[in-house]
Design a binder for this molecule. Structure first.
Ligand code: PSV
Ligand code: MN
Length: 421
């Protein structure tokens, strides 16, 4: 247990008791929510532990991890302080392990495991034989497609050796101009290649198809929307499901509705959590549209309560930490996800169903608002306290001196102290 200090603990207990009493008056049990939050877990992406880059440059912070082992050490801190981030999602080849058994042993020592592995056929790698400039799975040249499939087989092998049980496939394939490629046939070629990858899945593995409307293919992306993603998952088979990255939607898309549709089809495989204002901004989850995040979790909690067939979502983060300390940003993110989940647990489902039935629009909406507007932070803090984690992960991290310690150790991490702020 991370000692929060006597005052902080006493204040927390008072806040928790007051909230529990208030909730009891509304017929909700604080205990039930705390237990549910205690079971919530989300994977940390290996690529988010270093500072992200923009087209304007990359500004690494002090003490950045230089190696995959150092990334795991940082991920373990996120887990220790939140109690909710026990797995890491690797991106290959960005984080290709050179000694897989050693990495697996190190992860186990740190109390970590591995979640879905991510492939990369959206960038040409040094020494790569054939270029993906004009696509990977959708490429007209069969040898390029074969190379891309081979890469996926390799990613699965690495994942299997690490104890992962899923692969997420995001393709940048598409076109920048009308006429560049056949809209129909490019999709068929992608499906053909995915069939090969699907056939290579080890027992118990799932394949997640991740869509994105644009970037880098600005005219027509092959897997551009949840409809295309669903077509692929349905054509592939039971172990293929769709992954929803919250930043991969055109402006104003009703993402909770997309989630509901995929749930209804038994094809909701998982999430890449983040938030955005304009596009695929990869900002901290809950930082821009917290009500939207809550409504997504409301759909997930409904599915959980109804024990929906095939409901086993893989929760992962996919963010780019450009100007915040990556560890702190991840701590803030996990906290926001725990909070949205806790609030969704506070919904009075019986009342909601009754208002829906009687057509009382205003009170039905108010049930959701009541849950969303409840300050659920003491419930989340209590779940973390019981897990031996921190009441306030960001403050605990700052107080721990971890960043200063690793800054002294990680010589050559690329950090250049600013001349002035
Ligand atoms: C693409 O924008 C994406 O969301 C995919 O999940 C990638 O694997 C990840 O970001 C990193 O580029
Ligand atoms: Mn993503």
């Amino acid at each position: 247990m991370l000692s929060p200090g006597a005052d902080a603990l006493r204040n927390h207990e008072r806040d928790y008791d007051a909230l529990a009493e208030r909730l009891a008056r509304r017929g909700r049990r604080a205990e039930t929510v705390v237990e549910a939050v205690g079971r919530f877990a989300v994977a940390v992406p290996s690529w988010a532990l270093g500072t992200g880059g923009t087209r304007f440059g990359r500004f690494p912070g002090p003490g950045e991890p230089r190696t995959l082992a150092e990334k795991l050490a940082d991920a373990a801190v996120v887990h220790r302080l939140t109690g909710a981030a026990p797995r890491v999602s690797l991106h290959i080849p960005w984080d290709e392990p050179d000694d897989v058994p050693a990495l697996r042993a190190l992860a186990a020592e740190l109390g970590l495991g591995f979640d879905a592995v991510n492939s990369n056929t959206f960038q040409d790698q040094p020494g790569q034989r054939l270029s993906y400039k004009l696509g990977s799975f959708s490429h007209l040249d069969a040898s390029v497609r074969r190379q891309a499939v081979e890469h996926h087989r390799h990613v699965i092998e690495v994942g299997q050796a690490l104890g992962a049980d899923a692969i997420t496939v995001w393709l940048a394939d598409g076109s920048n101009y009308p006429g560049q490629m056949s809209l129909r046939k490019s999709f068929e070629r992608v499906l053909d290649c995915l069939r090969d990858v699907y056939a290579a899945l080890p027992a118990g593995w799932r394949l997640f198809t991740e869509h994105k409307p644009y970037e880098p293919a600005f005219y027509a992306t092959v897997v551009q929307d949840w409809g295309s993603s669903l077509l692929l998952a349905q054509a592939l088979g039971e172990r293929a499901q769709c992954l929803v990255d919250l930043g991969h939607h055109l402006p104003n898309t009703n993402i909770e509705l997309v989630v509901a549709r995929l749930l209804g089809a038994g094809k909701l495989g998982g999430f890449h959590f983040n938030d955005s204002k304009y596009g695929d901004d990869d900002l901290t989850a809950g930082s821009i549209k917290p009500y939207g995040l809550f409504l997504i979790f409301h759909e997930l909690v409904l599915a959980e309560r109804e024990r929906l067939a095939g409901f086993r979502p893989a929760y992962m983060i996919d963010q780019s930490h450009n100007i915040k300390d990556p560890i702190e940003d991840l701590l803030q993110t996990v906290d926001q996800l725990q909070l949205a989940y806790a609030k969704a647990q506070l919904v009075d489902h019986e009342a909601l169903a009754a208002y829906q039935e009687s057509g009382d629009v205003l009170l039905a909406e108010r049930v959701l608002k009541d849950a969303f507007e409840t300050d659920a932070r003491p419930l989340v803090a209590e779940a973390r306290r019981r897990a031996g984690a921190a009441l306030d992960p960001v403050l605990a991290f700052r107080a721990s001196g971890y960043r200063a310690r690793v800054t002294a150790e990680r010589i050559g991490s690329g950090y250049v102290p600013p001349r002035s702020l």
